[in-house]
Design a protein around this ligand. Structure first.
Ligand code: TXA
Ligand code: MG
Length: 338
């Protein structure tokens, strides 16, 4: 199959929408990462997503919508908290897990009776959903296990020849995937995956907000988890990623100097001084900048032939937790603490 490269023009979005209506797979930009889309209601198309990604069948997909009317067609109940959150955070990087209607087949939801729903804010994504008339099931458009793609080139690197088209919307703004939440009861928000929308942002909406333990530690492959995606190793480049929890840059630098493995790189903060011994790249100074750049840097490090990458540790509070979580998962939750 030849993968068509499309732009975000009206004409190209129409062509992409037509492909979706015919049951084909189209990758498209969102504000978080690129999604690999298909009509969420078509079993055959959704199965093709799992095949193209090499994704385990029990890992459910997020369904992308462009209006609250579309939501009514696919979920059977929307708790009052979810209504308030939709009003304030949609369109945007927040996914809510809600009870699904039969219009969403069980392949889409990984066999669960719930479905994760998100209204993305990227204009090309919204337009694609609107013009196609399809609720679009879309996981991140990477091969399973690789870092999520934040450019159309990343999508092509992983998916060329496996999908019908990719819409090029440039570098994604947010850079890490959406915050995924579910509701344990009418008053409790349970964060399954941290994203730009933080626990602090959600606190005004519920009596209780808590973060799932799978965000902080490795979950066994056979464990029963609230969000199946959290048990798989993820987001990892080919290079071995080693987060180094150092009190300051000097301690970090001294540690790196004491190691002398070949093809070693460092991923530093922008404000860190230069290091002469080891090649370095940087990923910003705060959570927002780091989220924007982390997956891009992972892929660039692979292209540079890095085998081992020592990474300055991000913070854990607010939206920074999303960066911490992606980094820890890329590292298999192993950290060097100085
Ligand atoms: O930002 C994003 O969310 C991107 C863009 C394309 O929208 N999508 C994305 O999809 O990251 P994916 O498939 O790579 O990650 C979906 C996550 C997985 O961890 C999955 O287990 C969880 O959401 N999830 C989806 N539906 C769920 C459900 N019904 N219950 C629990 N977790 C669910
Ligand atoms: Mg993914």
């Amino acid at each position: 199959m030849k993968t068509k490269k499309l732009q975000t023009t009206t004409e190209d979005i129409q062509a992409a929408a037509e492909l979706l209506r015919c049951g084909e797979l189209v990758a498209f930009p969102t504000e978080t990462v690129y999604g690999l889309g298909a009509d969420a209601r078509r079993e055959d198309s959704v199965r093709a997503i799992f095949a193209a990604k090499g994704r385990p069948a029990d890992n459910p997909l997020i369904v992308h919508i462009c209006s609250m009317d579309m939501l009514d067609g696919i979920v059977s109940y929307v708790p009052p908290i979810a209504h308030s959150l939709a009003k304030d955070f949609w369109p945007g990087p927040l996914t809510m897990v809600l009870p699904k209607k039969d219009t969403i087949p069980s392949v889409t939801s990984g066999g669960l009776d719930t479905v994760g729903i998100r209204m993305p804010s990227h204009p090309a994504a919204l337009e694609l959903i609107r013009v196609s008339g399809c609720p679009i099931a879309a996981p991140s458009a990477n091969r399973s296990g690789s870092p999520s793609p934040t450019t159309a080139k990343h999508v092509m690197d992983d998916m060329d020849g496996r999908i019908s088209a990719v819409i090029d919307g440039g570098l994604c703004e947010v850079g890490v995937e959406s915050t995924v939440i579910c509701f344990d009861d009418e008053e409790t928000i349970h964060i399954l995956r941290p994203g730009l929308v933080s626990a602090e942002d959600l606190e005004p909406y519920a009596a209780h907000v808590y973060v799932d333990e799978a965000v902080f530690r490795q979950i066994e492959a056979d464990a029963k988890v609230a969000s199946p995606g959290m048990k798989y190793r993820h987001y990892a480049p080919h290079a071995k990623i080693i987060p180094v929890d150092a009190p300051d840059f000097m301690a970090f630098e001294a540690f790196v100097a004491s190691q002398n493995a070949e093809d070693t790189w460092c991923l530093l903060f922008d404000s860190d001084p230069t290091m002469s011994e080891v090649p370095c790249t940087r990923y910003g100074d705060n959570g927002k900048e780091q989220a924007h750049l982390l997956f891009l840097r992972f892929r660039e490090l692979d292209e540079q032939g890095a085998k081992l990458v020592y990474v300055r540790m991000p913070k854990k509070d607010g939206a920074d937790l999303s960066v911490y979580n992606r980094l820890m998962r890329a590292a298999g939750f192993e950290v060097i603490k100085l």
